[in-house]
Design a protein around this ligand. Structure first.
Ligand SMILES: Cc1cc2nc3c(=O)[nH]c(=O)nc-3n(C[C@H](O)[C@H](O)[C@H](O)COP(=O)(O)OP(=O)(O)OC[C@H]3O[C@@H](n4cnc5c(N)ncnc54)[C@H](O)[C@@H]3O)c2cc1C
Length: 364
């Protein structure tokens, strides 16, 4: 396959930003388009845990991308900090899972995958995390799990792109459909007119299905709303991430604590609700009773790009040559981004792919 000269990337979340960086680093001219400011949708709204919430419940396809990315994240954080002065804060805190109902499966998976997840005595957890709420009986722990400060990650990626030759970032420019010429996709239609290139990559997160529908393609990617709340505590309040009954608390380095999240099928509505606020507050207090006295300083919602089993679509759309997908990362787009964007670039450039690409192949 010959290297494209000019690629158009549609959607500037973490996936579009990193796809652009990878392609531009290989010498390709890239036009990255977003209908608003870059990085303000799910990639801003997420919690930033650099792991699937329950990694043992995912298919090998998700695990392969997660493991490659997890190993790469510290390097990515350092690289972006060095290049832009913006620190995405890849914060390795470890993660405690409390009172799992599939603990044995988790331990077996960790053993098979050689991941450092192990059983911990509950007394030990209370000693390490004295603010943990009462009543938990069992725990497993993985020491090397990090969280990334995702709003800073997207800011750093945007800054890196601004300093990369050959990249044009078009913000506040909505893509309305695709331009085709002699059975090839060769550009996009926007509010500002047509933009033409050799290849088009769709990285529009939860909106990817809508855009593909303009070509008559039905991609199973749909919005799944998630709400989060934020507290500000002292820097040493919570030393590790904790997770129980699908709800989790994430400490940032400066003492901000994020508690999430809801999982709602509400179309493209992103309004934060009072019900979710009450439910997240209750979970926060179960996990960390001291938060009863703390003020919720922010509450927001984002739209995850839901896909079957959370397996992203990465690769060429064979029915429409010239069009590529990198979308549908569901609950794990932040952790899966480095591997997904590397794989996409490998496929577009004809390089040996970092992982076997078949499980992510678009269905058309
Ligand atoms: C509450 C919550 C918690 C989460 N926690 C985690 C976590 O802890 N760890 C993790 O790995 N993942 C987490 N996620 C998931 C993660 O945030 C997403 O999977 C990831 O951000 C998806 O990235 P994306 O770039 O595909 O989509 P987005 O960030 O949504 O970006 C898509 C972009 O496309 C643009 N766009 C859409 N339509 C058009 C159009 N027509 N024209 C031009 N531009 C368009 C949008 O404006 C947007 O900027 C969480 C998500 C939520 C909501």
């Amino acid at each position: 396959m010959s290297k494209p000269e000019h690629a158009i990337v549609v959607g500037a979340g973490v996936i579009g930003l990193l796809t652009t960086l990878n392609l531009a680093s290989a010498g390709i001219k890239v036009t990255l388009i977003d209908r608003q400011q870059a990085g303000k949708e799910a990639s801003w709204a997420g919690g930033g845990i650099v792991s699937p919430l329950y990694p043992w419940r995912y298919s090998p396809a998700v695990t392969a991308l997660a493991h490659w990315s997890q190993d790469f994240y510290p390097q990515l954080g350092d690289h972006l900090f060095g290049r832009t002065g913006i620190d995405p804060q890849v914060h390795v805190t470890g993660l405690y899972w409390l009172d799992l109902d599939d603990e044995a499966r988790a331990l077996t998976w960790a053993n098979e995958q050689s991941r450092p997840l192990s059983k911990v005595a509950i007394n030990e957890v209370y000693r390490k995390v004295p603010v943990l709420g009462p009543g938990f009986a069992e725990a497993v722990y993985m020491a090397n799990v990090a969280n990334v400060r995702n709003p800073r990650l997207v800011k750093a990626l945007r800054a890196a792109l601004e300093a990369t030759p050959g990249v044009q970032l078009l913000e506040h420019c909505a893509v309305q459909g695709f331009v085709q010429h002699q059975a090839r996709v060769c550009g996009v239609r926007t509010e500002a007119g047509e933009i033409l290139g050799d290849e088009v990559v769709l990285t529009a997160g939860a909106w990817s299905g809508e855009l593909l529908a303009t070509l008559g393609l039905a991609l199973p990617v749909e919005p799944v709303k998630g709400q989060m709340i934020l507290f500000k505590c002292s820097e040493d309040f919570l030393p590790a991430m904790v997770l129980a009954r699908t709800r989790y608390a994430i400490p940032r380095r400066d003492g901000h604590i994020l508690v999430g999240s809801t999982l709602e099928h509400a179309g493209f509505d992103k309004t934060p609700t009072e019900d979710a606020l009450a439910s997240l507050r209750a979970s926060a207090q179960d996990l960390l009773p001291a938060l009863r006295e703390a003020q919720v300083i922010a509450h927001w919602a984002g739209l995850r790009p839901g896909s079957p089993e959370g397996i992203p679509f990465i690769g060429p759309v064979h029915s429409h040559p010239g069009l590529w997908l990198n979308c549908g990362h569901y609950r794990n787009g932040l952790v899966l981004a480095p591997a997904s964007c590397q794989l996409l670039a490998d496929l577009m450039l004809g390089r040996a792919p970092i992982v076997e690409p078949a499980p992510y192949a678009p269905p058309f």
